[in-house]
Design a protein around this ligand. Sequence first.
Ligand SMILES: Nc1ncnc2c1ncn2[C@@H]1O[C@H](COP(=O)(O)OP(=O)(O)OP(=O)(O)O)[C@@H](O)[C@H]1O
Ligand SMILES: [Mg+2]
Length: 424
Amino acid sequence: MLVKFLPEEVRAKISAGEVIESPSDCVKELIENSLDASANRIEVEIIKGGKRYILVKDDGVGIHPEDLPRVILPFSTSKIERFEDLMSLRSYGFRGEGLHTISRVSRMLISSRFFNQETGYEMKVEEGKVVYVRERGMPVGTKVEVFDLFYNLPVRRNFLKKEDTERTRIIQLVKSYALVRPEVSFRLMSDGKEIMNLPSVKDPKERVEDIYNTRFEELLLERDGIKVRAFLSVSQKRGEIRLFINSRPVQNRELLEYIKRVVGNRRIGICFLEMPQYMLDVNVHPKKWDVRLMQVGKVKELISESIKRKAYLPSLSQEKGHYSAEPELVGIIESTIIVAKWMDSLYFIDQHLLEERINYEKGLSSERACKSAIKAGEKLSTAQANKLLKEWTKLSNPHTCPHGRPMHYRIPLKEVYKQIGREL
Ligand SMILES: Nc1ncnc2c1ncn2[C@@H]1O[C@H](COP(=O)(O)OP(=O)(O)OP(=O)(O)O)[C@@H](O)[C@H]1O
Ligand SMILES: [Mg+2]
């Protein structure tokens, strides 16, 4: 057998298979590019599950006209310069192969107007080669269109999943990025129909609730530089777990299985982890669907602690006590803390957080619940305080505010008696 060197085009097509196997892989690369370009609005359009046509349009910084022909060259990136840059990476992209790979296996139109330019340019690309570049009027930003994916790789094309399957994958993908970037508005069109239209929001919880159309609890925990922010659905229906590490959607099997075990099968659990970039290696998966973590054990511990701390607390009304009277107002400290005796304990309750939680459970968004609640330092009448206490006992979560902060501090009366040397 004679060993031969494969020609460049064959090499490129073979290696393209690692990054781009399906329309959803293209959409992933293009959305990540738009996010890296600081887009505030991203529009995705697909025809026939993306097999016929994919468009990703953004209002980001755009591509400089001189850079336009370079973006489809292999290893062309504006995001890193040295390997060590991966240690402090803040962008999704770093390999400089996304556009190159797509351009090898499709026909593309890349149009862009750089933020400080008067006009935009459109570049047509076929089989990785520039066919033309011409001027074109357009707003600042970038629009990438991909036609007939794998038209030049018939075997790969035949192996594509059904249109419906590809469409579902793309919807899930757009959802993922929408979950992790609530400040960006997303719109998804499929065969001319609008599938998703999410306005930009400040509070991540609002985005989560917009997407799943159900209420969530927010849990927060931070230790040793690792931060867990998780959202758990209040209602129990069909379970779904999603994991994000430093803003990347990640499919790390070990962690996903673990979270599922802690959360249970019937809740939606969205888990965002943040940690210093040096604690992970993002360069381990061809499509960047996984990362390697330095301290998995510690991460697991934090996840289970944050989730267990809230989700499985028994509600107040289920707690067994010696007395089951209504809460009794003891007083209000510094127009901020309501002190009440209820069942066998003394409670110190933050008046603002309590009213915020009541408003929230009545159906207001967490932001509005907060705005319309009484502030710390504002004077409550005894009647008002008693009314709040009454509503407190009926809350489905009487322990934390909508943002996950504990709203009361409890001392068992037994403890008070014990401290002063009396038996209860
Ligand atoms: N939507 C966009 N807006 C602005 N610039 C873009 C956009 N898409 C691509 N670019 C520019 O083109 C370059 C090449 O993009 P490409 O996706 O091929 O590589 P990358 O994002 O740098 O790395 P990776 O291969 O890991 O995604 C980017 O580094 C960026 O400078
Ligand atoms: Mg990229």
